[in-house]
Design a protein around this ligand. Structure first.
Ligand code: CP
Ligand code: NVA
Length: 308
């Protein structure tokens, strides 16, 4: 039987690989999965997981999501498979396409993920690259959807590094028509091609703002979001970035300048007292653990839309 939820694109490499309607479809399905109002079976289907970087949430939520759908996962650890020995991506992709029904990949260069997708005959999912983290953005907007019901009039302010997480939030926000403000230190703005693409998607171009001023960026915000200042692969920049990002911590003072019932999100893992204070992390405004849970529901929905 044809999959009624099938997306137009075979792959999910970027938040902008889906249309506005398709994001809404995924979020609604995710909510249905969460409320146990729907049963979709991917019986005997296998998701391959290739993780070139560490992961707790993404890895486990994909494993549990497949298990709940009646399928399974194979953890293709690069150090114990031939991937770590440098087998060409195009060979690995063609071989795994013969065994697996989809592959989720976490790696450094986004172009490696694209190369993989070029040679794979099965859906490829971005489980995080240096450029984007689109599965995270699905869970983030699911959390926002649960809180505000409607995306209209929601203002999301991301404070910190214009990194993979920020890039995917911008693109997904553009698809949903959410006002997204990014406040980052000079030189750490989000990817310029992502910004360009987002402006093409937004009907109202005023809804995306990039600034170096966290204090004004939080005025009227309903959602405050942050991520680590130094991402995986940037470990040697930690000391320098810690200095450059002074003033970009989400603390109680910054939260008090946002809307009264503003919620706080963080994709995790977090460095308390760097990008977020412990008080804010543990505060009543925090929806950080609902957000983490939503990784599971959002990915269950995504998998059921990608795998036949
Ligand atoms: N947020 C996130 O992707 O977490 P992991 O690195 O633990 O997968
Ligand atoms: N920006 C972070 C996200 C971790 C989930 C990183 O890439 O390390």
């Amino acid at each position: 039987m044809l999959n009624p939820n099938k997306l137009v694109n075979n792959n999910f490499l970027s938040s902008s690989d889906v249309s506005s309607d398709e994001v809404i479809q995924i979020l609604r399905l995710a909510k249905n999965f969460k409320n146990k109002e729907i049963k979709i079976e991917l019986k005997n289907k296998v998701l391959g997981l290739i993780f070139d970087k560490s992961s707790t949430r993404t890895r486990v939520s994909f494993q549990v999501a497949m298990s709940r759908l009646g399928g399974t996962t194979i953890d293709l650890n690069p150090t114990t498979s031939q991937i770590g020995r440098g087998e060409p991506i195009k060979d690995t992709a063609r071989v795994l396409s013969r065994y697996c029904d989809a592959i989720a990949i976490r790696t450094f260069d986004h172009s490696d993920l694209e190369e993989y997708a070029k040679w794979s005959t099965k859906p490829v999912i971005n489980a995080l690259t240096d450029l984007e983290h689109p599965c995270q953005a699905l869970a983030d907007f699911l959390t926002i959807y649960e809180e505000f019901i409607d995306f209209k009039d929601v203002v999301l302010t991301f404070i910190g590094d214009g990194n993979n997480v920020a890039n995917s939030l911008i693109l997904c926000g553009a698809l949903l028509g959410v006002e997204v403000r990014i406040a980052c230190p000079k030189g750490f703005e989000p990817n310029s091609l992502v910004i360009q693409k987002a402006y093409q998607i937004y009907e109202n171009k005023d809804l995306l703002k990039i600034t170096n001023e966290p204090n004004s960026a939080v005025l009227g915000a309903n959602v405050l979001y942050t991520d680590v200042w130094s991402s995986m692969g940037e470990e040697n920049q930690k000391a320098e970035k810690d200095k450059l990002f002074k003033g970009f911590t989400i603390d109680s003072d910054l939260v008090s300048k946002a809307e009264k019932d503003a919620i706080v999100l963080h994709c995790l893992p977090a460095y308390r007292s760097k990008e977020i204070t412990d008080a804010v992390f543990e505060s009543k405004n925090s929806r950080i653990f609902d957000q983490a849970e939503n990784r599971l529901h959002a990915q269950q929905a995504l998998l059921s839309c990608l795998i036949d």
